[in-house]
Design a protein around this ligand. Structure first.
Ligand code: X8Z
Ligand code: ZN
Length: 611
């Protein structure tokens, strides 16, 4: 590219007209360039995926560096191609080809500087952050056999009910992060340089540009959606806080109305379903606990995955390929470190799809398996698209597929597959909805704030010296939670959440929390379901499956509003489906909260940190 620019300007100066005309590239050249780029990047991508797979399922100093080098090659070549491709930008290209150039430009979640030394440094820093997280453990005593990985700790956070113990697990895990702080600052600096070289203000703006609209408009869309769902969160927060105070007394009661983050059943207080027992309505009929059922049945990891697969099959999807079962990692390896955070892998953009997860058989795992299989069925559905279009309509779509399916895990479905014997009575609707809301509604502010923090970091609005303060300001403002123990700038709490060290954008999950209800509502309609949305299960509906699959097969060949429209008839992100789903619960929550002064509201807690 550099060479091209020099020649271009030099010839312009000497003989502007003829030289310019001769240098002007053609549409056919643009097509040929893209064909070659796709083939080359596919090859590099497959090697990259295999390398990364080994690095994450077998963390050593060597695999960390080998993965960094493969990533470095991939980024270097993509960057060159983006720059070379600029000469075709002004051409009137066919829509498909134009989209491919756009997607190429947006394809790097971690843009890197053209300077080889800096690029190498960045990929090594990034790889080391991922490995530090993957190796992270809390060791309560000297005996290494007692050390707890995040998969163990997540179970503890879900089940432990002693606030002091919970605070210990919380603080113990968060100790993995301070060593990442300096490396993270360097990572942000170098990645921003890469983004600027690609023509974006910073890495956050590059991320915000991946939604078929301008970056500021996207940020505005996120605010619009939050305003739609915030009243639901407010009611849930008030209700849950009241019940926690009733259970824990002073340990749960803060003057500022914030909820101590360790009491919500999850390391990041991002989903609260695990404390359902504490907040269950007083006279609720007994429902069921999926985790307990799976344990009683001695369901091993593969069995849990089979449940997910058979749901997809009931919609008309194929069985997962044999290699999936041979090559996936379903449990934590006994003798070496691995990244336990669940992920779905599309190794070759054909049939080599894999799951990497440390399954313990909890009810969270049951849902996560559906989530991950959603990624894999999406991957498999778009494999016939051109290489550039083998991706989700946007990353929020990708995250929403399996969750949309998991919304169909209703009592009726569980009875059909023999996991429960009797369907709870109609009075159980509110308790079941509450259990769902604890996960789905509680997640919304967290889904929003993780990238709000990163956008602020990348833009320079938040400096490294204020990383932790800014993080807690957002957690307080949006989630209304407080850390269990004092925090200072020697902590780096964002680093204790997988997606920060692994550099996985997070706004996608916020979008997915909205989209999944849109997808689900459309599938229920297609299945011919009539009745309250929360009772619908599309299990066994080939009609719903067909409609879903048609959208999945589009991959990212069309702007996402077109894909959404094809399936749902809607072309906008729209929280009306999630609001409709939880409407009966909202009415109930408002009754419960009557006369209770909410201890906390977002507006009453501006960006100030601390108590
Ligand atoms: O990271 C994930 C998936 C893999 S894409 C397990 N999720 C987010 C999280 O765990 O923070 C799913 C829900 C949100
Ligand atoms: Zn996911």
């Amino acid at each position: 590219m550099k060479q091209f620019c020099l020649i271009f300007f030099a010839t312009l100066a000497v003989a502007p007209y003829s030289a310019h005309a001769a240098a002007k590239p053609t549409v056919a050249e643009a097509q040929a360039f893209m064909d070659k780029a796709e083939a080359e990047l596919l090859k590099l991508g497959i090697t990259g995926q295999r390398t990364e797979w080994v690095a994450e399922t077998f963390i050593t100093d060597d695999t960390e560096l080998i993965a960094a080098a493969a990533n470095e090659r991939m980024i270097a070549r993509t960057t060159e191609l983006v720059k070379e491709g600029r000469k075709y930008e002004a051409l009137a290209l066919p829509a498909d080809l134009k989209r491919k150039f756009l997607l190429l430009k947006l394809s790097l979640p971690m843009p890197a500087p053209a300077d080889a030394k800096l690029r190498e440094e960045l990929t090594q820093v990034a790889s080391s952050l991922g490995a530090t997280y993957g190796k992270g453990k809390y060791c309560p005593d000297e005996d290494p056999k007692h050390c707890l990985g995040i998969d163990d700790l997540e179970e503890k956070m879900a089940k432990e009910r002693d606030p002091k113990e919970l605070a210990r697990y919380w603080a113990g895990w968060h100790k993995i992060a301070p060593p990442m702080r300096e490396r993270y600052a360097r990572f942000a600096e170098l990645s921003n340089q890469g983004a600027r070289e690609l023509g974006y203000k910073d890495t956050g703006v590059l991320w915000q540009s991946g939604y078929d609209m301008s970056a500021p408009r996207f940020a505005g869309e996120v605010e619009r959606l939050w305003a739609q769902v915030q009243p639901l969160y407010q009611e849930l927060h008030t209700y849950v806080r009241t019940r926690l105070v009733a259970k824990y007394g002073a340990a749960a009661e803060r003057k500022d109305g914030l909820i101590p983050a360790q009491l919500l059943g999850n390391m990041w207080a991002q989903e609260w379903g695990n404390i359902y027992d504490i907040v269950a309505p007083a006279k609720a009929p007994p429902t069921y606990d999926l985790g307990e059922i799976l344990t009683a049945r001695k369901a091993d990891a593969k069995t849990v995955v089979r449940f997910g697969e058979s749901f997809f099959k009931s919609l008309g999807f194929e069985a997962l390929p044999g290699t999936f079962w041979q090559r996936s990692m379903f449990t934590r390896p006994l003798d070496h470190d691995a990244v336990c955070h669940a992920s779905a892998w599309d190794i070759d953009t054909e049939n080599d799809v894999r799951l990497k997860m440390c399954i313990h058989g909890t009810s969270d795992d049951f849902v996560t398996v559906h989530h991950e299989l959603g990624h894999l069925y999406y991957d498999l559905a778009y494999q016939k698209q051109a290489v550039s279009f083998r991706g989700g309509a946007n990353d929020g779509f990708h995250e929403a597929i399996g969750d949309a399916i998991a919304l169909s895990i209703t009592p009726e479905y569980l009875r059909k597959i023999g996991l429960i014997e009797t369907i709870p009575p109609a009075e159980a609707d509110i308790p079941i909805l509450l259990r769902r809301a604890l996960d789905k509604i509680a997640f919304l502010p967290f889904g929003l704030l993780v990238d709000k923090w990163r956008w602020e970091v990348f833009s320079g609005q938040v400096k490294p010296a204020d990383y932790n303060k800014a993080w807690w300001a957002l957690r307080e403002k949006y989630q209304g939670v407080a850390p269990p123990v004092d925090r200072t700038e020697s902590d780096f709490d964002p680093g204790a959440k997988y997606h920060i060290p692994s550099n996985t954008a997070y706004a996608r999950y916020f979008l997915a929390a909205i989209y999944q209800f849109q997808f689900y509502r459309a599938m229920c309609r297609e299945a011919g379901y009539q009745g309250p949305l929360n009772r619908c299960s599309v299990y066994g509906s080939e009609a719903a499956g067909k409609k879903f699959k048609a959208m999945l097969e589009l991959g990212q060949s069309k702007p996402w509003p077109e894909a959404l429209k094809q399936m749902t008839g809607e072309d906008k992100l729209d929280a009306s489906a999630i609001v409709e789903y939880f409407q009966p619960l909202l009415v109930w929550l408002k009754q419960q909260n009557q006369g209770v002064k909410p201890g906390w509201t977002p507006a009453a807690n501006p960006m100030s940190a601390g108590q």
